[in-house]
Design a protein around this ligand. Structure first.
Ligand code: KIV
Ligand code: ZN
Length: 519
């Protein structure tokens, strides 16, 4: 007999608010669609009051996604709740998530409020949120460091006020599995009215315990897990969705709990998030890292050949990682490409399909074999190039060493506003020559912190993927590019960063204009 645990995804809120992970409205909508397909029960789409852009993103997701509950975060004050309520109004299934800190440190130093004032504010805010939706979640921020008797009082009052989900966050990633399990056992059995609410866990990963703590909370009685894809979130991040979902699935014998997650979509959503934010996951990351299913040592390979279960507790296919196989060739048509992309988790619009198809034909001409990973890389590249505004029209590089010549890059770029710029630079190496030329042409002066290029498919004509980390005076950005040519992939990755910076400043500029227009 097994019970259900709800998966509350906060990739677009707690995840997105972490430095280096910000996303535009259109990107958030794409991810929300993918998360809904993945089977999460609740999507926390943003913090509506944070900015007009956040408000609009929550509202658009609420309008477009009909199968999943769409939630906005709000502090316990009327303007936050009003903004959250307005933003989620179009949703078929909506939730408002109100929170206030309950720990002594937060009460005294951040809120400067007494216990009674916090309690009163929580109860009033739940009442206010219920005017917009009957699905209200209450979070006692920093619950883990809150006095147990006071936490009990607050939670009882929140349930009596009508909150149907009670979230107990480990805001600072401080707890341990035994401690949190014990706390949830206490809350779910000792609280008056406990049976009227679902208890939820929200763990941060400061000590690397977020997944273990979330699972322990579930053992203690939690029936909602708040988590984010690839574990992104404030500081060290949140509980990783893919890890907690696969732990519950793989160790069903132990937990006897089900989720609505369609595990086969995990790898696709993970990759989509990496491509949108420009942050690849670590190679050795559990479940979705490149090495998660790689068996390199002879002893392991021998065991695997004899019986996969000797070293494999999950199959790569379980999370949607299919073996690379020849799928399409130069005679394949648009419908086949669209169908294959769909199987890989990408729903292409007609415009996107038209553009990817051109690149696909070029690639199919260049390569003898076209693999799933090639198509994936093309589609990801499409997501990058359509987002512009800069694009590479042509790039030619000479490399090597001689007494009188140094590597040279000759590049032409075009901008969505109609500008076409062209230039040549020499440098000590071809990559430097390319990056210096791009800096010159776009007018950016960026500092390259690191760069790597690797092959993502097999063969001499394999697709290369380049990652660059670049810093401006204030921030650090990640960019990614793919091509059969490593230097071109690097140039695309670098331009991806410039495009991110330009799109961000445009967004911030238009948000400021919107704010100005509202006052
Ligand atoms: O970590 C935290 O406490 C939060 C709350 C807003 C739920 O993110
Ligand atoms: Zn959090």
């Amino acid at each position: 007999m097994s019970d259900k645990v709800k998966i509350f995804d906060t990739t677009l809120r707690d995840g997105e608010q972490a430095p280096g992970f910000s996303m535009g409205g259109e990107q958030k909508l794409r991810l929300a669609r993918a998360l809904s397909d993945l089977g999460v029960d609740v999507i926390e789409a943003g913090f509506a009051i944070a900015s007009p852009g956040d408000f609009e993103a929550v509202q658009t997701i609420a309008r477009e996604i009909t199968d999943t509950t769409i939630c906005s975060l709000a502090r316990c004050n009327s303007s936050d709740i009003h903004a959250a309520g307005d933003a989620i109004t179009p949703a078929k299934k909506s939730r408002i998530h109100v929170f206030i800190a309950t720990s002594p440190l937060h009460r005294e130093y951040k809120l400067k409020m007494s216990k009674d004032e916090v309690l009163d504010r929580a109860v009033k805010s739940i009442g206010h949120a219920l005017e917009y939706t009957d699905d209200v979640e209450f979070s006692a921020e920093d619950a883990i460091r809150t006095e147990r008797d006071y936490l009990k009082t607050v939670v009882e009052a929140a349930i009596a006020a009508g909150a149907r989900t009670i979230n107990i966050p480990d805001t600072v990633g401080y707890t341990t599995p035994e401690e949190i399990s014990n706390l949830f056992q206490f809350l779910t059995t000792e609280i008056e009215g406990a049976s009227k609410a679902i208890f939820s866990t929200h763990c941060h990963d400061d000590l690397g315990l977020a997944v273990a703590n979330s699972l322990a909370a579930v053992r203690g009685g939690a029936r909602q897990i708040e988590c984010a894809m690839n574990g992104i979130g404030e500081r060290a991040g949140n509980c990783a969705l893919e890890e907690v979902a696969m732990a519950l699935r793989t160790r069903h014998d132990f937990f006897a709990l089900d989720t609505n997650i369609n595990a086969k979509k995990i790898i696709m959503v993970s990759k989509m998030l990496s491509s949108i934010t420009g942050n690849p996951v670590a190679r050795n990351k559990a479940i979705v890292g490149q090495n998660a299913f790689a068996h390199e040592s002879g002893i392991h390979q021998h065991g695997m050949l004899a019986n996969r279960e000797t070293y494999e507790i999950m199959k790569p296919e379980d999370i949607g990682l299919e073996k690379d196989h020849l799928v399409l060739g130069k005679h394949s048509g648009r419908a086949a490409l669209k169908h294959r992309a769909k199987k890989l988790g990408f729903t292409l619009s007609d415009n996107q399909l038209a553009s990817v198809f051109v690149d696909f034909k070029t690639l199919a001409d260049e390569k003898k074999e076209v693999f799933d990973a090639d198509i994936e890389a093309l589609v990801m590249g499409e997501a990058i190039s359509t987002s512009g505004p800069w694009a590479i029209d042509s790039l030619y590089v000479s490399a090597g060493s001689s007494a009188d010549k140094s590597p040279e890059a000759n590049i032409q770029l075009s901008h969505k506003d109609g500008r076409v710029v062209k230039g040549t630079q020499n440098a000590s190496g071809p990559v430097n020559a390319v990056l210096n030329t791009i800096n010159n042409l776009t007018g950016y002066d960026l500092k390259l912190e690191s760069f790597s290029a690797r092959s993502v498919t097999q063969g001499e004509d394999a697709m290369a993927e380049a990652d660059v980390r670049v810093s401006t005076r204030f921030e650090s950005y990640h960019g990614r590019g793919t091509s059969t040519d490593t230097i071109l992939a690097t140039a695309l990755a670098y331009l991806d960063v410039i495009n991110r910076i330009e799109r961000r400043s445009k967004r911030l500029g238009s948000e400021q204009q919107k704010i100005a227009a509202q006052h």
